[in-house]
Ligand binder design. Structure first.
Ligand code: GDP
Ligand code: MG
Length: 194
């Protein structure tokens, strides 16, 4: 009935953290083990119900390579939301993500809603946890039962950073479809509360 509300959203983060895979899972419910890198940027849209509103996310999925960095302002300049992605198994990607947050907070729309997302949660979960994930009401249960040496960024550290910087925070898996729709939903909630 009511017209969808359009929300421009940009995905930022180091190459190979899984930005395109998160969007592919959201939009097509698909996952590719060897996804080809994004060149420049890709544009996709996805509609999502957020309480009584239909939100049409207009998603710019950018390339993470350093040589494309100078293009990023074109994509975040008019964005109402950003998802900054790191890979929980790669420490360097956390530092890169924090630098994107800093850049957004200085250069983007001051009201931009930023989500800080640690992807590849499946790599630190054993199969029992994966199988029981669907029956967990509390998303946080996905975080606690782990872990192994492949994790390089703890949940607590990233959560504390996100809280301090006033960011939405989730750990996700594009591979196992964990917390992706939740991330977009939460962004929608924040946009309409503001
Ligand atoms: P981008 O450069 O940030 O867009 O990253 P891609 O989406 O191209 O993904 C890079 C690689 O990581 C690909 O081989 C993906 O299959 C893999 N990948 C992406 N998301 C996940 C995930 O949640 N879990 C696992 N295990 N691998 C992932
Ligand atoms: Mg990509």
């Amino acid at each position: 009935d009511s017209k969808p509300v359009q929300v421009k959203l940009v995905l930022l983060g180091e190459a190979a953290v899984g930005k395109s895979s998160l969007v592919l899972r959201l939009v097509n419910n698909d996952f590719q083990e060897n996804k080809e890198p994004t060149i420049g940027a890709a544009f996709l849209t996805h509609k999502c119900q957020v309480e009584d509103k239909t939100v049409k996310f207009e998603i710019w999925d950018t390339a993470g390579q350093e040589r494309f960095h100078s293009l990023a302002p074109m994509y975040y300049r008019n964005a109402q939301a950003a998802i900054v992605v790191y890979d929980i198994t790669r420490r360097s990607s956390l530092d890169k993500a924090k630098s994107w947050v800093k850049e957004l907070q200085h250069q983007a729309n001051p009201n931009i809603v930023i989500a800080f997302v640690g992807n590849k949660l499946d790599l630190v979960q054993n199969s029992d946890v994966e199988n029981s994930a669907d029956s967990n009401d509390e998303a946080s249960e996905n975080y606690n039962q782990e872990d192994n040496s492949t994790r390089q960024v703890s949940t607590n550290e990233a959560m504390a950073y996100s809280k301090n910087a006033e960011l939405v925070f989730f750990e996700t898996s594009a591979k196992n479809n964990i917390n992706i729709i939740e991330t977009f939903y939460e962004i929608g909630i924040f946009i309409f509360i503001k």
